[in-house]
Design a binder for this molecule. Structure first.
Ligand code: FAD
Length: 267
């Protein structure tokens, strides 16, 4: 079993910010990432609210601006628990023990079934669709993510956005922008629907925290000694934004460094 000071789970904005801040304290965390560094940001067409990016920036470009940690284990953490003051982080690569953990695992999409559409034709993110443009695609959802997906796809597809409501929850700036794109058609109050003419569907009907790998004990009574932090979208409920995730990551790292100093000093 390997031994680490700090393990960070997830290399999205929160995890990368945490790892970067830890480095300033001379701590070189082991970061676990089961997909691509950058996380959900890689799906964002245009991020307009991140400080220092006047006029907006694509999520992929913004993600590239984040420094990568020196050590990334590209594997999924399948179990996280704590025994005898040590965290046990289990993955296909084996078990690692750590003094402290920062969980920055983001979210998973709410999955749906769509009448007449095979399960493997329902997508939940755009990053794998952009290289394979087609004729038309249905976007299901009436929030910011659905309209951001529609914008991403609008150069390669005719996009129909179907929503239960009237798009009134969408940030007005985004709604105005989408309304000006001719290849996007908005269909308010059009769900539920019995059939779709599009072959491809992308669903953006909500996301939930990705915490299935965390032991019930850690989730229900997280240690308050400063050794365990959850940050970013996995803990932020409806306030899921990159700048918030980054701030959470930095805060988690500062608190972790304090915890380690305290334990090293035997206090
Ligand atoms: C379409 C869309 C548009 C958006 N637009 C904006 C915007 O304009 N402005 C804005 O501020 N925000 C925007 N966001 C939100 C932004 O992308 C998120 O708030 C941000 O990415 C959250 O960062 P995070 O690090 O908390 O989580 P994530 O980015 O989700 O990163 C989590 C990472 O952890 C990894 N991971 C999860 N579980 C495990 C595990 N068990 N083992 C190993 N690795 C794991 C994942 O693979 C992922 O890389 C948008 C999101 C979407 C979907």
């Amino acid at each position: 079993m390997g031994h680490e000071k700090v393990v960070v789970i997830g290399a999205g904005p929160a995890g990368l910010a945490a790892a970067g801040q830890l480095k300033l304290y001379g701590i070189d965390p082991l970061v676990f990432e089961c997909d691509e560094p950058g996380g959900l940001l890689l799906n964002a067409c245009s991020v307009i609210n991140y400080p220092g990016t006047p006029g907006g920036i694509s999520g992929r470009k913004l993600a590239k601006l984040f420094s990568l940690p020196e050590r990334i284990a590209f594997t999924e953490v399948t179990d996280l628990s704590r025994r005898n003051m040590l965290y046990h982080i289990e993955s296909k690569a084996g078990v690692v023990a750590a003094l402290a953990v920062v969980v920055a695992s983001g979210t998973v999409p709410v999955r749906i079934s769509v009448p007449g559409v095979a399960e493997d034709c329902i997508h939940y993110d755009v990053k794998n669709l952009l290289d394979n443009p087609g004729s038309s695609i249905a976007v299901i959802g009436g929030g910011d993510a659905a309209l951001d997906y529609a914008m991403s796809l609008s150069s390669g597809f005719t996009v129909n956005v179907y929503a239960r409501g009237d798009f009134s929850k969408v940030v007005p700036h985004l709604l105005d922008k989408v309304r000006k794109i001719r290849s996007i058609m908005l269909h308010p109050e059009s769900l539920p629907k019995n059939s779709f003419s599009e072959d491809l569907v992308i669903a953006a009907v909500g996301r939930t925290a990705r915490v299935d790998f965390i032991s019930e004990k850690l989730l229900s009574s997280p240690p308050a000694d400063g050794s365990f932090h959850m940050c970013g979208d996995c803990r932020n409920g409806m306030y899921r934004q990159t700048a918030i995730a980054v701030g959470n990551g930095v805060e988690a790292a500062m608190k972790t460094a304090r915890y380690l100093k305290k334990t090293e000093n035997g206090k």
